[in-house]
Design a protein around this ligand. Structure first.
Ligand code: LLP
Length: 431
């Protein structure tokens, strides 16, 4: 079941035709379905019911205030990786007691803000960071709840740019150094050691790598307990993949069953940090065909969204389904197309050799599964204001981030004294 389906020949988000939103806000735009968010969150939370688990939505996947608030209203906590995401989670109404702070480069001011807010836990990634958190907590006169993130050295079997659990990746404390680091944490006056955190990568489509990483975590819990270090909470990170093309990632229930099997006997509280699997399939990027260029070897369908709006294909060679918003006739011939954006880079390609029906300028296309790591990774490259965001609920829709105007974009720059004013203008004219 998808919340994006054809109704009377037009692709709709729930009950709203995407053509209607395009008329109202122009193109390109992101569109999210409340029902899809609700359904995905519900399936995930339901799978972990009975396991004493807190589901902390990874804001990095989509930090739009309305998206975070929708999930928070359903009971989600938040996994944040910056002071900005922390502010956003709090603004969206996520209770501090359901916020975890991850990341390899937390800065002092961010650690301070997290401690002052009274969040559930900071996931510390190195011994150096541990000492900093201890000192900041001491200066605030409190004890910082801390889990240590370990690097289990497992191959997540995902794209190299989104794998995090091998020892050569920058993340976490090597398993070999874990004993020492935990002993250190347990001895620090202003650290309240809560547990272990792990995250091995994103867009995992099988359980095997999770299982081997989690097996190592369970082994570590036992070893630490033998040394008298109590571990009461395990943060298992995110990483559950979604079906972009023909992948068949595990369902949340299968994932939860495996987690229960590995950790059930340890009596630990759990934290999960899903991002992509809650929001990925809940969003599309709608773009308009600017023109069609028949090259010698290819049919180029040039659209008005670019890699500045959706970077995943350019950065990770990621596959995204592409559907015409006007339902093609059943007999329409599908021929290969290069769907490309207007940005001056060959990497600005959304799809290559993609079978698509005939397309004419002005037609709308929906780029599927764009709800995660889409809008959040947008930029203004080529001085293009990134696509706005819209949320649908039933038959209504609302703009949840308007399109920045060119004026907004250009007004961010400033001239230094030596380039401003009449004198500089004269110099420039002479040059
Ligand atoms: N927790 C931690 C510590 C993480 O680093 C991440 C993702 C997550 C949770 C959420 O993972 P998810 O459930 O979404 O897989 N931009 C890339 C993905 C980068 C993921 C980074 N970390 C992409 O577009 O595929």
């Amino acid at each position: 079941m998808s919340e994006f389906a054809y109704r009377d020949g037009i692709l709709c988000a729930e009950e709203v035709p995407l053509t209607r939103i395009a008329e109202a806000v122009g193109t390109p735009f992101y569109c999210y379905s409340t029902q899809a968010l609700t359904r995905r969150y519900g399936a995930f939370a339901e799978a972990f019911r009975g396991l004493e688990a807190t589901v902390c939505f990874a804001l990095k996947a989509n930090s739009n205030l309305a998206v975070v608030r929708t999930l928070a209203a359903l009971g989600a906590g938040a996994d944040v990786v910056s002071g900005g995401e922390l502010r956003q989670a709090l603004a969206a109404g996520v209770p501090p007691a359901k916020i975890v702070f991850s990341g390899v480069g937390k800065m002092d001011a961010e650690i301070r803000a997290a401690l002052e807010a009274g969040i559930l836990q900071i996931n510390v990634e190195s011994v150096a960071e541990l000492a900093e958190v201890d000192a900041i907590a001491a200066s605030l006169g409190l004890r910082a709840p801390v889990a240590l993130r370990i690097n289990p050295d497992v191959d997540a079997n995902t794209h190299a740019k989104i794998a995090t659990g091998k020892s050569e990746n920058k993340f976490g404390i090597d398993l070999g150094h874990a004993g020492e680091a935990f002993a250190r944490a347990a001895a620090l006056a202003n650290i309240e050691l809560t547990g272990i955190a792990v995250h091995i990568g994103s867009q995992l489509t099988e359980l095997r790598p999770f299982r081997s990483a989690f097996g190592r975590v369970a082994g570590l819990v036992a070893a630490l307990r033998d040394d008298g270090i109590e571990i009461r909470r395990l943060d298992l990170g995110g990483g559950l993949g979604i079906a972009y093309e023909r992948e068949t990632p595990p369902e949340p229930a299968e994932y939860a069953a495996m987690v229960a099997e590995v950790f059930g006997a340890l009596g630990c509280e759990l934290i999960l940090e899903p991002g992509r699997c809650l929001v990925g399939s809940a969003g599309v990027l709608v773009t308009r065909v600017v023109r069609v260029k028949e090259g010698i070897s290819h049919r180029f369908v040039v659209v008005d969204a670019g890699m500045n709006d959706l970077l995943r294909p350019a950065l990770y060679d990621a596959y995204h389904g592409i559907e015409p918003v006007a339902e093609p006739a059943p007999e329409a011939a599908l021929t290969p197309a290069e769907v490309v954006g207007p940005v001056c880079e060959t990497a600005d390609t959304f799809a290559s050799e993609r079978p698509l029906p005939p397309l004419a300028p002005g037609e709308l296309l929906a780029v599927e599964s764009a709800g995660a790591y889409g809008a959040v990774m947008a930029s203004s490259y080529n001085t293009r204001p990134p696509a706005p965001e819209v949320m649908v609920r039933g038959a209504e829709f609302a703009v949840i981030r308007p399109r920045a105007s060119l004026e907004d974009l250009l007004a961010r720059d400033r001239l230094p004294d030596w380039l401003a004013g009449e004198e500089a203008a004269v110099r420039l004219r002479k040059a």
